[in-house]
Design a protein around this ligand. Structure first.
Ligand code: GRF
Length: 201
C-alpha cells in the first residue's frame, strides 16, 4: 500500500516510519511521498535523507478547499493510497477526508477523547491528570474524533513540564505508529462504527 505522509514540523514520527521502513518492518506499506504545508519543515530533510520524494503544498494564500485540492493532487501524483498525518497542523474538512475513507490515520499526544486540539500535553498537565498518553486514530471530519485504533498510556510525573511529558508520550507514539501503518497496509485493521479491530496476524 502506497502511503503519503503529511507533516508540518520536526518529523520525529515521520522518522519512526522511515526507520521502520529501512528495517523492513513497514511492508506491505511503502512511504512514497512526504508532503509539508510549511516550506522549511525539518521533516522534509528527514524524507530527503531517506530518499523519499517530498512536496510542499503551502496553505498560505490558498482558500481551504483549494489547499485540500492541491494536497489531494500531490498525493495522486505519487499514487498514494493512504495518508498518515504525522504532526500535520492543519484541520482537514470532509472535502478531503471523504476521498480516503478509513485510509487516513493521525497520531495525537493525549488519551482521546480527553484533550483534543493543540498543546494536548499542556492541557493534560493543567487539568492535573495522572495518566497521559497517545492515541492513533482514523481521521474523519471531526477534530481528533475519529475511531481509535491504538492507545498507550504514560505516567505524569511530579515536576513534569509540557516538554518532558510530550517527550515521554512521543516514545510511545514512535513505537505505535509504525505498527498501525503496517497493519493498515496489511489489511489487519477493520472498523465497524467507532470500533476498530487491530490484528497482529
Ligand atoms: C506529535 O506529538 C503528534 O502526536 C502531534 O504532533 C507531534 C508532532 O511531532 N500531532 P513530530 O513532528 O512527529 O516530531
Amino acid at each position: 500500500m502506497r502511503i503519503g505522509v503529511l507533516v508540518s514540523g520536526t518529523g520525529t514520527n515521520l522518522q519512526a516510519l522511515l526507520d521502520a521502513q529501512a528495517a523492513g518492518a513497514l511492508a506491505p506499506a511503502e512511504l512514497v511521498v512526504v508532503i509539508a504545508n510549511v516550506p522549511d519543515a525539518p521533516a522534509l530533510d528527514r524524507a530527503r535523507r531517506a530518499g523519499v520524494a517530498t512536496e510542499v503544498v503551502d496553505h498560505r494564500g490558498r482558500a481551504r478547499a483549494a489547499f485540500e485540492d492541491a494536497l489531494a493532487e500531490a498525493l495522486a501524483r505519487h499514487r498514494a493510497e493512504a495518508v498518515v498525518l504525522a504532526g500535520f497542523m492543519r484541520i482537514l474538512t470532509a472535502g478531503f477526508v471523504d476521498r480516503y475513507p478509513q485510509r487516513i490515520v493521525n497520531t495525537h499526544p493525549s488519551l482521546l477523547p480527553a484533550f483534543p486540539g493543540r498543546d494536548a500535553p499542556a492541557q493534560a498537565l493543567a487539568y492535573g491528570v495522572k495518566l497521559a498518553g497517545v492515541t492513533i486514530h482514523f481521521v474523519d471530519a471531526t477534530v481528533d474524533g475519529g475511531p481509535i485504533i491504538a492507545q498507550a498510556a504514560v505516567a505524569v510525573e511530579d515536576g513534569d513540564d509540557a516538554r518532558a511529558l510530550h517527550a515521554r508520550i512521543q516514545r510511545e507514539e514512535h513505537r505505535l505508529l509504525p505498527i498501525v501503518v503496517q497493519r493498515l497496509a496489511a489489511g489487519r485493521l477493520s472498523c465497524q462504527g467507532r470500533h476498530v479491530r487491530s490484528r497482529a496476524e
